[in-house]
Design a protein around this ligand. Structure first.
Ligand SMILES: N[C@@H](CCC(=O)N[C@@H](CS)C(=O)NCC(=O)O)C(=O)O
Length: 215
């Protein structure tokens, strides 16, 4: 399977960590949006949305959007449904948190991060909304009791939130004001074996990218 990715990208990291967890081999193809490599005619033919991660399966099937790639890999190659339960209500709980991530958490994170990449400065006016997303996730975790984002066990919702939240942590976003999120992060990092290699390496690359943009 060809996997177009950028080391700095949290959604790409979600898929690489998941692939390791379910023993899938990806052919990693570094593709830098910053260098315009997602806007070449060949890439645009494959994916008009010009984003990584993009996966091309061995039969030529092309898929992007990390949360959907995660569902695809589990449905097609997973040995069980633990990471994305097939039970109707449990699956809805996971989908709800994945949508919260896509539409709120990740969105507000990029609203905060992108000005730093484009102008060299974080936009402080974007921080309250991101703090609010953290606060919502903190409450979700407090109510769940299980210590996981969406179920009684690790799911793709945890992995997806992990990669963006650990990226914020490494650039010194103050997570300790959200104690359930902080505890959850420590726990999830320990449960994903390749977090200490792939995960940490990606975060370092992300941090270097942000630091090199800051003025
Ligand atoms: N919702 C998408 C976000 C993908 C995304 O925004 N990828 C960024 C890198 S983190 C990208 O490729 N940006 C290039 C562009 O938008 O042109 C996902 O979860 O896969």
């Amino acid at each position: 399977m060809k996997f177009y990715y950028a080391e700095t990208s949290p959604p790409c990291r979600t898929i690489i960590l998941l692939a390791d967890l379910i023993n899938i081999k990806l052919e990693l193809i570094p593709t830098s949006p910053k260098k315009g490599e997602t806007k070449t005619p060949a890439f645009l033919k494959m994916n008009p949305q010009h984003v990584v991660p993009t996966l091309v399966d061995d039969d030529g099937f092309v898929i992007w959007e990390s949360r959907v790639i995660a569902k695809y890999l589990i449905a097609k190659y997973g040995q069980n449904d633990d990471l994305y339960p097939s039970d109707f209500y449990k699956r809805l709980d996971v989908d709800k948190i994945l949508d919260f991530d896509l539409g709120t958490f990740f969105r507000r994170s990029t609203d905060y991060l992108i000005p730093a990449l484009m102008t060299g400065k974080f936009d402080p006016s974007k921080k309250p909304k991101l703090d609010d997303a953290f606060s919502v996730f903190n409450t979700i975790l407090e109510r769940n009791k299980s210590g996981y984002a969406a179920a009684d066990q690790l799911t793709i919702a945890d992995i997806s939130l992990l990669t963006i939240i650990s990226s914020l942590e490494i650039i010194d976003y103050d997570l300790k004001q959200f104690p359930y999120v902080y505890e959850w992060l420590l726990k999830i990092k320990k449960e994903i074996p390749s977090y200490n290699t792939t995960g940490v390496k990606g975060e370092e690359a992300f941090k270097n990218m942000i630091n090199s943009s800051l003025k």
